[in-house]
Design a protein around this ligand. Structure first.
Ligand code: ATP
Ligand code: MG
Length: 197
């Protein structure tokens, strides 16, 4: 089986994430996609992140809509969540599977700064999704000195200029963001009074 792992803060999960998951599944013929909300993202320690129960609930609502799965593994870790540990966990869970790690170009660009990134590169394939302002020609050269460069599949042309930051800001300003998230998530944000600023 080909399993796609798609991690994120998902604060909240939005239509860009959904489009990425669907495109990755179709283009790489993945058998399943697992959304993995991050517990304590190593790269976002300076930011205020919404309660994990809310992020998990919203991710589950979105997953239902697209036939994906959700793992709370990272949310349940007491240590910070590092991607290499997450991928190791799923390799143990599904030893026969080929793992595809789905990631935005903005995050992939920073991969060489990740904890044990070479080990991570040896464990999985990467599905790198283009994002605005990231030029992919610049970042493959970052791995030039590596013995085993990462196995990368690029997903282009599915660019959606949506981010969770933008949605949180719109919500805080009382703007209508309902076209950027699934209806179930817009309802959830409203019902729970999230992102009021
Ligand atoms: P924030 O604005 O809080 O950083 P985000 O929209 O970037 O949120 P994350 O939860 O950080 O969402 O994203 C998880 C993964 O999805 C990252 O790898 C990110 O690059 C990717 N991603 C997010 N939004 C998009 C999008 N519109 N198109 C393609 N990839 C995306
Ligand atoms: Mg982001």
């Amino acid at each position: 089986m080909k399993t796609g792992l798609y991690g994120g803060t998902f604060d909240p999960l939005h239509n860009g994430h959904i489009k990425v998951a669907q495109a990755a599944k179709n283009h790489l013929q993945l058998d399943r996609i697992i959304f993995i909300p991050a517990g304590d993202p190593p790269h976002k320690t300076d930011k205020k992140i919404t309660d994990k129960a809310h992020r998990l609930a919203m991710t589950e609502l979105a997953a239902e809509g697209v036939g994906a799965f959700v793992s709370d593994w990272e949310l349940n870790q007491t240590e910070r969540s590092y991607s290499v540990l997450t991928v190791q966990h799923f390799k143990e869970l599904y030893p026969e599977d080929e793992i595809y790690f789905i990631i935005g170009a903005d995050s992939f660009r920073d991969l060489p700064s990740w904890w044990h990134y070479r080990e991570l590169m040896g464990l999985c394939n990467f599905v790198v999704v283009s994002r605005p302002d990231v030029d992919k020609s610049t970042f493959l050269s970052r791995f030039d000195g590596d013995e085993t460069p990462p196995r990368v599949f690029f997903l282009d042309n599915i660019l959606m200029d949506i981010s969770s930051t933008q949605i949180r800001n719109m919500a805080a300003e009382g703007k209508d963001f309902s076209h950027l998230v699934p209806a179930s998530i817009a309802d959830y944000i409203q019902a729970n009074g999230l992102y009021k600023g």
